[in-house]
Design a protein around this ligand. Structure first.
Ligand code: IMP
Length: 195
């Protein structure tokens, strides 16, 4: 089975391809010839995940899925949350967002945080949702060079390394996206078996 992942983020695509393994072919938007920005204007992870998948499904008539992810920090009342991508402003970089979080948390002891992902799948005109969450903390300095986004400052509970120190394979086994994607893959395998 072939599925399109409605994302331009090469890190996300790489993670999804690794999780899918040999069972499913996962293609990104570039391979579909889609280079435009996909609208993402909802005020919830579920809303954004649906919006991105729905846009690609309608425009290209393909089975596809999308994910939307937010970093929720306890001491910041759940911010940046659904606004994680543009936390430091329009057209900001990953580094700008990390800097903003670090400066807001300066001097604050409670560093508890979690990543949440919602995956929306549109398959044969039906929509399905899969969620993943990982708890952890925001450390006090950036560590590691792998991954993207807030990876260098997020250390998952029970681990000494940040996501950026762990590398993709280990990150996938515990991450928010890894967990949501695994649920998606289990669902698809089950679906293929009963057809
Ligand atoms: P998106 O809207 O799902 O693309 O994600 C919003 C933002 O959250 C991204 O721009 C990244 O800054 C951040 N983000 C998403 N997934 C991850 C991750 O796995 N690790 C670190 N940051 C992430």
């Amino acid at each position: 089975m072939e599925l399109v992942f409605a994302t331009h983020n090469r890190h996300k695509l790489q993670e999804a391809v690794a999780i899918a393994g040999a069972s499913f072919v996962v293609k990104g938007l570039d391979e579909l010839g889609c280079f435009e920005e996909i609208p993402e204007t909802a005020d919830s992870l579920m809303g954004n995940a649906f919006q991105k998948a729905d846009y690609v499904h309608k425009k290209y008539n393909v089975n596809c899925f999308s994910d939307d992810t937010g970093l929720e920090i306890e001491a910041l009342d759940g911010r940046p949350g659904v606004y994680s991508a543009r936390y430091a402003g329009e057209n900001c970089s990953f580094q700008d967002n990390v800097r903003k979080v670090m400066s807001e948390l300066q001097g604050i002891e409670n560093r508890n945080a979690c990543f949440k992902t919602v995956v929306a799948l549109i398959l044969d005109n039906q929509t399905y949702y899969f969620e993943g969450r990982v708890d952890g903390e925001i450390i006090t300095e950036e560590r590691g060079t792998a991954g993207f986004g807030y990876d260098p400052i997020f250390r998952p509970l029970g681990f000494n390394q940040t996501f950026a120190e762990m590398g993709e394979a280990d990150k996938n086994t515990v991450s928010h996206r890894g967990r949501a994607m695994q649920k998606l893959m289990d669902f698809l395998k089950n679906k293929v078996n009963i057809l």
